[in-house]
Every structure is written in C-alpha cells, then in structure tokens.
Design a protein around this ligand. Structure first.
Ligand SMILES: Nc1ncnc2c1ncn2[C@@H]1O[C@H](COP(=O)(O)OP(=O)(O)O)[C@@H](O)[C@H]1O
Ligand SMILES: [Mg+2]
Length: 234
C-alpha cells in the first residue's frame, strides 16, 4: 500500500498562501485555452481576500488550484508551508482534508442526512469518535446560529440557513483556510449580506478566508480585493 505523506506544519511565517507565476491551460481536441496567465498572489494568515472577476475570467479554475482540486501547469504554490506544485493526488487529498474548508454556491449538503449529520461528516471521515464529532458539530452549529436546527433535514431550511450549515461543515475540522466560490450567488441580497456578516465575524475570530465573486459589492466585504481579468490577476 502506498505510504500516505504526513503533512507537517512548517514555519512559513505569516504567509498562508503563496502563488507565483501560475499558468493553466485547458486542451480540447485541437484547441487550447490559456485560462490563468502568470498568476501571482500571497495571502497572509488572518486575511479575508476577495477575488473579483467576470464570468469566464478564470475564477473557478484559480479556486480549484488554490483548493488543491486541480493541478497547475507551471509556477509555484505553497500553502501553509507545504509545496503543492509537485504533489501527487494522494498528497493533494491530504492537503485538502487538513487545510481547507470549502463553501460552494449551491451548498452541496446531503439531503437524506440531518443538519447535524451533515456537519459531522468531515470529522467521521477523519476517524473522530461519533460522540465527539456530535459535540463539535453542535458547537459549530451554535456558532453559525443554527443550534436549534440540528435535527432538521436540509430541505426544511431556507437557502441562507443551508449555507450556514455548509459553513459549519467547512469549519468543523478547524481548517487553516476557508475557500468560498460565489457563496452568496444563490441567495437574495438580504440573506447574502447576513452570510457575508458571518464571514466577517469568522475572520475576526482569526479564520483566513478567500472568497471568489463576480459582484464588486460582495468583494468589498473582505480586507483586500484582487481582480481577475481574462486570466490575469492584479
Ligand atoms: N475543464 C475545462 N475544460 C475546458 N475549458 C474549461 C474548463 N473549465 C473551465 N473552462 C473554460 O475556462 C474559462 C474560465 O472558466 P472558469 O475558471 O470556470 O471561470 P469563472 O469561474 O470565472 O466563470 C472559461 O472560458 C471556461 O469555459
Ligand atoms: Mg466560476
């Protein structure tokens, strides 16, 4: 059996994410599309960074690379002291599991599980004992304001509440970084504002957050805005 690589936390100072001259091209038959062009960015621990770009500018491609769900073609990527660019699929999976909490536009909750079970899943996958996983899930649900909804099914909740469950699920393993792709994209503006206020609150508690959005008002909620235009980040 293949030996899983143990991820060690090295001292990489205050830098959580360091991306240098990253390129990504999609190849389709005879055509190719150069989607990320020499992208360079750094995120400091505790920052809340927004990546703003129009549809098709390469936001999800960049998010997939930051989230270790896809590989880069050329360039360097270091997350929390771990070099990503030469890692194989097993190592990428370990980095994803240990370092990153994902939040998507469409929540991706499991419909047949209760709210509390959905939040427990990442812990159970890691082998956390059930009773402990349940306690942790309850604590995080309290933090996101859903302490009284643990036994509901996702479809019994509003969109904003479902996104809070998804945020709780992302937080329950205490990841180094929260990565959100259009987290308010499926919500009305009032509910979207509530979710953004929750992100700000989590950021004040020390969580590093990267959110991706096409909406400049949403982007303003973070500490810093990076703009992606046709695959060029500035
Ligand atoms: N797997 C893929 N294969 C080929 N082209 C892709 C793939 N994923 C995305 N693209 C193309 O790359 C460009 C950037 O896509 P994407 O990163 O999803 O942008 P955004 O999230 O900003 O809308 C788009 O033109 C899209 O059609
Ligand atoms: Mg996208």
């Amino acid at each position: 059996m293949k030996q899983r690589v143990r991820l060690t936390v090295s001292s990489y100072g205050n830098v959580m994410i360091s991306i240098e001259r990253v390129n990504k091209t999609y190849y389709m038959g005879n055509t190719s599309l150069h989607v990320l062009k020499d992208v360079t960015m750094e995120v400091i621990k505790g920052e809340f960074v927004s990546i703003l770009g129009a549809s098709g500018s390469g936001k999800s491609t960049l998010m997939n690379i930051i989230g270790c769900m896809d590989t880069l073609d050329t360039g360097r990527y270091v997350i929390d002291g771990i070099s990503v660019e030469n890692s194989d699929a097993d190592v990428l999976a370990d980095i994803r599991n240990e370092k990153i909490g994902f939040i998507f536009q469409k929540y991706h909750l499991i419909p047949k599980y209760s709210v509390i079970q959905n939040v427990m899943i990442p812990l159970l996958i890691r082998g956390t004992e059930r009773a402990e996983a349940k306690e942790k899930a309850k604590d995080i649900l309290n933090l996101v304001g859903l302490g009284d909804r643990g036994h509901h099914k996702p479809n019994e909740l509003s969109g904003g509440q479902q996104q809070r469950v998804a945020i709780a699920r992302a937080l329950v393993t205490n990841p180094a970084i929260l990565l959100a792709d259009e987290p308010t994209g499926a919500l009305d503006s009032k509910t979207g504002k509530d979710i953004l206020a929750l992100f700000s609150e989590l950021n004040k508690r020390g969580h590093t957050i990267i959110q991706i959005t096409h909406d400049s008002n949403v982007a303003k909620v973070g500490n810093r805005i990076l703009t992606l235009h046709d695959g060029v980040l500035s």
